[in-house]
Write a protein that binds this ligand. Structure first.
Ligand code: ATP
Ligand code: MG
Length: 291
């Protein structure tokens, strides 16, 4: 092997400078991309805030307007008064639902781990929770002839260890979607069964109405801010945060959530919650009595 005596050995200083320049360029690109994603997140936050504020105004205005009519005796018959009261109830359900999602958004962005959340774990009777939610949301479906049924199977499912207000909000978001996106005169079916091998409970919420996106795009419905064109046309008001919040909560509970279109065209949302998987991972309620 011959060597060229006139060829200079590479200057280690120059090599270092080249490496440094490359590192600085990479860091610069990274900072620019972080800045962009920060701006994007802040823009989404502002949009979400404006959207929620805007959506909260409409049920609150409706409630105020109904109460004004009731107090000024502008409602003729008892029948009409009952309708007005039912509407007040529905509008309050919407307002409370929105406010709860709003409160959760800021919490969930910060705390991803169960132990970091303030609320304790407790045994949750899913059947009772779902029956209560079905009762709460049923008035929203009356105008369009939509019925919500909770199947009796659920009666016998064991309790799951979970943070109750969070799980309540998951099902509240899914049932609210089912009502919003159902066709007139249809039935929403809430069902469930134990999965003994996995020591878990499977809950399904099925409705018939506007379709989900095509199968390969279904995961998008759990992304922050996503709304399909069909959903926007059927129901212009919406933030696209409901299922994102639901997914985050289910992930915190180490459970699973998914959606699919059944062969008969219905939309099915499925949730798996583990009976006892979270024991020891956060404070529990009720606390054991010390003897
Ligand atoms: N039951 C359903 N049937 C058909 N499409 C659904 C159903 N549930 C959700 N989707 C689709 O998933 C999207 C995201 O749902 P998500 O609950 O996150 O937002 P949203 O309902 O549009 O708004 P928000 O919940 O904030 O009012 C919906 O816009 C719709 O396209
Ligand atoms: Mg929704």
């Amino acid at each position: 092997m011959s060597t060229n005596p006139s060829a200079k050995a590479p200057d280690p200083l120059i090599e270092d400078v080249v490496v440094l320049k490359e590192t600085i360029a990479t860091l610069h690109a990274r900072i620019v991309s972080l800045e962009r994603s920060l701006e994007e997140t802040q823009r989404e936050r502002v949009e979400y805030l404006q959207n929620v504020a805007h959506q909260l105004v409409s049920p609150l205005n409706a409630i105020k307007w109904h109460i004004e009519n009731l107090t000024n005796n502008r409602i003729g018959s008892v029948d009409r008064a009952q309708k007005v009261l039912r509407s007040i109830y529905s509008q309050s359900t919407i307002a409370v639902h929105l406010a709860k999602n709003f409160a959760l958004m800021s919490n969930l962005e910060a705390d991803h781990e169960l132990g970091a959340l303030q609320e304790p774990l407790e045994p949750v009777q899913l059947c009772r929770l779902l029956v209560n939610l079905a009762d709460d949301f049923q008035p929203l479906g009356w105008d369009r002839g939509i019925q919500i049924t909770v199947e009796r199977n659920l009666d016998s499912t064991p309790d799951v260890l979970a943070i109750k207000p969070l799980i309540n909000q998951v099902f509240s978001n899914i049932i609210e979607n089912a009502i919003k996106y159902s066709s007139k005169n249809t039935t929403i079916m809430i069902d469930g069964k134990p999965l003994p091998k996995r020591e878990a409970i499977l809950i399904t919420i099925a409705n018939r109405g506007i379709p989900l996106p095509p199968t390969n795009k279904i995961p998008m419905i759990f992304a922050r801010g996503f709304r399909s064109d069909a959903a926007k046309n059927a129901y212009p008001a919406g933030t696209g945060f409901g299922l994102y919040i639901a997914k985050k909560i289910i992930e915190i509970h180490k459970g699973e959530i998914g959606a699919r279109t059944a062969s008969d065209g219905r939309t099915i949302v499925e949730i798996i919650l583990y009976i006892d998987k979270l024991r020891g991972m956060a404070q529990e309620w009720p606390k054991k009595q010390s003897s």
